[in-house]
Design a protein around this ligand. Structure first.
Ligand code: AMP
Ligand code: TRP
Length: 339
């Protein structure tokens, strides 16, 4: 039986935090054993808001290195940079021309991000979800592992594939594009800010203390956890709506120590914040240590990373080329002339 395929990606905007790891990359590491796995660094998405050119370069490389450092194994998966495969931009254009504008205007993430940009909203920001649909549809992905916040974008990719391409252009009921499904894993789906248990941990939060970066050193981690918001209650617990910080930090503790929620809830029910914070600090530092070690090795000698990306790009090019060809044919484009 052939394996089902998954595809996912993270934007190289700023450095990745434990939310990206626990909510996304760590799931991929498990999934790659079972699925035919493609993961990319979505650099074209990173320029949908104003960006710094030098920083884009280093963030793209560092995000790819972190994929590998977190355990993405080039023997099990293909890792590549989105902009290295021109088919993403090309399919995006083809999909743009069949996607109704009013589908785009109701995207929640667009509305939120547009609000932050004031007068400076690019057409690319509005088009962001179509580019994401192109990323997914090019690889005939069966499943797309993402966080809860990306569900609406997945719905859009499904609607474009089904209603705007397959039902309009396929002949004899042969679908042109595979209709993907989201794969949203409950655990870690939403890691909250250290400063406010009701807000998502985010790269774009101006307060550095709200997140733990995957590359933060032990000192920084300790300081951030020390400053993390607490509440006046004694003992840590899950699922008390009045105690979002307890739920969040206990959840992180459970994940970084690889212990069940029941086990950590029992361990921490009779200790106060003063005792819990050092426990959490040690656990986070210990869990990030091997990732940071591997990351530093990869950045010091980039030949291994280059080899991994070359192989990933080759695989991605072959697969996406076939899909793009199917769509070009279905939409009526003249065959390219070989010169
Ligand atoms: P982003 O940082 O928005 O580029 O997101 C990259 C991936 O990490 C996506 O799959 C997100 O759903 C996931 N992600 C981002 N922030 C969090 C968070 N605070 N908790 C869990 N997952 C997250
Ligand atoms: N929009 C996604 C996010 O912010 C990133 C992304 C772009 C993506 N293309 C994708 C995720 C394709 C999964 C599949 O998290």
């Amino acid at each position: 039986m052939t394996k089902k395929r998954i595809l996912s990606g993270v934007q190289p905007t700023g450095s990745l935090h434990i939310g990206n790891w626990l909510g996304a990359i760590r799931n991929w590491v498990e999934l790659q054993k079972e699925y035919d796995t493609y993961v990319c660094v979505v650099d074209l998405h990173a320029i949908t808001v104003p960006h710094n050119a030098e920083k884009l370069k280093s963030d793209t490389l560092s995000t790819a290195a972190l994929y590998v450092a977190c355990g993405m194994d080039p023997r099990e998966c293909s890792i590549f940079i989105q902009s290295h495969i021109p088919a993403h931009s090309e399919l995006c254009w083809l999909l743009n021309c069949v996607t109704p504008l009013n589908w785009m205007e109701r995207m929640i993430q667009f509305k939120e991000k547009a609000l932050k940009q004031g007068d400076n909203v690019s057409l690319g920001l509005l088009d962001y979800p179509v580019l994401m649909a192109a990323d997914i549809l090019l690889y005939d992905a069966d499943l797309v592992p993402v966080g809860e916040d990306q569900k609406q974008h997945l719905e859009l990719a499904r609607d474009i594939a089904q209603q705007r391409i397959n039902s309009r252009f396929s002949k004899n009921n042969n679908p042109i594009l595979k209709v993907p499904k989201p794969l949203i894993l409950k655990e870690g789906a939403k890691i909250m800010s250290l400063c406010d248990g009701k807000n998502k941990m985010s790269k774009s939060d101006p307060n550095e203390n709200s997140r733990i970066g995957l590359l933060d050193d032990p000192d920084a981690i300790q300081k951030k956890i020390k400053k993390a918001k607490t509440d006046p209650h004694f003992g840590l617990e899950f699922s008390n709506p009045e105690r979002p910080e307890s739920d969040n930090l206990l959840g992180i503790y459970s994940m970084v120590t690889n212990q069940s929620r029941e086990k950590v809830a029992e361990e921490c029910s009779e200790i106060g914040w003063g005792k819990f914070k050092p426990l959490l600090t040690d656990a986070v530092i210990t869990s990030l240590q091997p990732i940071q070690q591997k990351y530093n090795d990869l950045i010091k000698d980039p030949s291994e990373l280059n080899r991994i990306l070359k192989e990933g790009t080759n695989n991605a090019k072959t697969l996406s080329g076939h899909t793009l060809q199917r769509v070009r044919e279905a939409l009526g484009f003249l065959e390219t002339i070989n010169i």
